[in-house]
Design a protein around this ligand. Structure first.
Ligand code: BGC
Length: 361
């Protein structure tokens, strides 16, 4: 039976703000804001469910919110051209209030990956509707983003987990390459910078024949899965990628998928969204049984209360759990990005890993 993607989209639609933005989690004290990263995958999931109107509202909000920062980007580029230092909080925000305002609360701010991802997602959104020209409503926001990325893609920043500042992170660079590539059919002159980003990944982010979490650090991180799926920077059967997936399976797959071995945030549980990601990879690699197993694990995590960010059992570094609970209470649930990735995996399994005879779906 094919999955009811519209039903799976309901929690995403329910929490979309009138502006078009999505909060990361409507109930967790730290996550009532919209991150470009979470929101883009939420919008992508909505496109997979045929909810193009809602997804379009998000992309219009993102485009307008970024276009309004055109002067900020020009000032940043001028500072860099003069060789002046730029404080971390002066860069474009990694997250916004749902009305598009920036937040000035000391959160780790300089994170480039979301700016690549929203361009990638916009490309998918246009493609899903067969649009070959860039609608004018998106153009100013896209142009400001491209000016920003062309000037700053080579700067070390925080990673997609908002940690490890001043490093070059593989999943960040892959997000940027994907975003730049997605805009090539619509904007001129992006080929050289895209090629430079890809060369940087090849030259600095592959070590011992596999991708690494960040330059100079040999461990894997589950966000390395993004490099092939969906960003297509490597093919799913590229030996560098398959070795990376193997290392992720060996070190991070314990029922669900953990972010990285030394994760301490809420003790480092299994993340629903990353478990869905590995399932997505399996579906694309022609490994239907393994994709089904992970889908089953994800369905089991809902327990009627929505999907969490991460599990509380089987954490990698238990000594940290109470510390984080003491800071912020229980970890986020429902996390909309988890719901989005569940929807994507349901769609992927139905399309690329159809149920095996005798295996209930
Ligand atoms: C994660 C980010 C995410 C944010 C909101 C953080 O804990 O590391 O990747 O964007 O939560 O969900």
């Amino acid at each position: 039976m094919s999955p009811d993607l519209r039903a799976l989209a309901a929690p995403l639609l329910e929490h979309q703000a009138p502006s078009g933005a999505f909060p990361a989690c409507p109930t967790f004290s730290q996550y009532p804001y919209s991150w470009l990263r979470d929101s883009t995958f939420i919008a992508y999931a909505l496109d997979r469910a045929g909810e193009h109107a809602a997804s379009g509202r998000y992309y219009r909000w993102a485009a307008q919110t970024i276009a309004e920062r055109s002067e900020q980007v020009s000032a940043l580029v001028a500072l860099r051209q003069r060789g002046e230092a730029i404080p971390e909080h002066a860069f474009l925000p990694c997250r916004f209030a749902l009305n598009g305002e920036a937040l000035d609360d000391g959160w780790p701010n300089f994170q480039l990956d979301g700016y690549g991802q929203w361009l990638w997602g916009l490309g998918e959104h246009l493609r899903a509707q067969g649009l070959r020209a860039m609608p004018e409503v998106f153009r100013p926001g896209v142009e400001v983003t491209l000016a920003y990325l062309k000037a700053f893609w080579r700067e070390p920043c925080y990673d997609c987990w908002e940690e490890f500042p001043y490093r070059w992170h593989t999943s960040t660079l892959a997000s940027l390459a994907a975003g730049l590539r997605a805009m090539q059919p619509f904007m001129r002159g992006l080929e050289p910078v895209t090629a430079d980003v890809l060369a940087f990944i090849r030259d600095h982010l592959v070590q011992g024949g596999q991708l690494v979490k960040f330059a100079g650090y040999p461990d894997v991180d589950a966000s390395l899965l993004w490099v092939a799926v969906p960003f297509g920077v490597l093919a799913v059967d590229d030996p560098v990628y398959t070795r990376t997936v193997q290392a992720i399976e060996q070190t991070l797959l314990r029922g669900g998928v953990h972010r990285y071995a030394r994760d301490t945030y809420y003790g480092g549980g299994s993340w629903v969204l990353l478990t869905a990601w590995l399932g997505w990879v399996y579906a694309r690699q022609g490994r239907p049984e393994e994709a089904h197993a992970l889908l089953g694990w994800i369905r089991d995590q809902n327990r009627g209360r929505g999907l969490p960010e991460q599990t509380t059992d089987g954490v990698l570094n238990p000594v940290y759990v109470d510390y984080w609970r003491g800071q912020w209470g229980e970890s986020a649930r429902p996390l909309l990005w988890s719901h989005a990735m569940h929807l994507i995996l349901e769609a992927e399994v139905a399309a690329h890993a159809s149920p095996l005879p005798g295996v209930p779906s």
